[in-house]
Ligand binder design. Structure first.
Ligand code: ATP
Ligand code: MG
Length: 147
């Protein structure tokens, strides 16, 4: 049986600011992934620091927190078969300068930091990240047939 998963996505401040929210949501829907929760928020420094706590020791951490709080983001929970890998494939590699055309980061990101989108990297991080920003009543399982 196929593995139905959930993953957590963020349309980052650079992509929201350039008006790419609709384009990215369209790519998600056209890929067959279901958007089962969605909201637009301005992250506080505390929220961004907590979300990226795993990168605390990295040299780019404070800049990353600054970037992620520089404007509103749009966050969504995506559901579908192998949703975690499928969303990362749509995003492309971390560095937008190296991401191929046709990927979100290749087409809509700028560099290694301002790379348009975030996606969970494993089932456990997906669970933690979803719970960090959405409570149970904000998430409705897809009623459409999953691809
Ligand atoms: P994400 O976690 O956002 O989906 P990722 O898993 O591809 O991206 P990570 O290594 O987890 O990449 O880094 C988290 C984020 O930190 C990146 O998406 C990017 O915005 C930023 N980042 C990563 N490496 C650098 C760097 N060398 N300099 C500046 N920012 C960076
Ligand atoms: Mg990551």
């Amino acid at each position: 049986m196929a593995d139905t998963q959930r993953t957590f996505s963020i349309i980052k401040p650079d992509a929201v600011a350039k008006g790419a929210t609709g384009e990215i949501l369209k790519r998600i829907e056209e890929s067959g992934l279901r958007i089962i929760a969605l909201k637009r928020v301005q992250l506080s420094a505390q929220q961004a620091e907590g979300f990226y706590a795993v990168h605390k020791a990295r040299p780019f951490y404070s800049e990353l927190v600054q970037f992620m709080t520089s404007g509103p983001v749009v966050m969504a929970v995506l559901e579908g078969e192998n949703a975690i890998a499928r969303w990362r494939e749509l995003m492309g590699p971390t560095n937008s300068n190296e991401a191929p055309a046709g990927t979100i980061r290749g087409d809509l990101g700028t560099d290694i930091e301002q790379n348009a989108v975030h996606g969970s990297d494993a089932p456990e991080t997906a669970r933690v990240e979803i719970a960090y920003f959405f409570n149970a009543t904000e998430i409705q399982a897809a009623v459409e047939a999953l691809p």
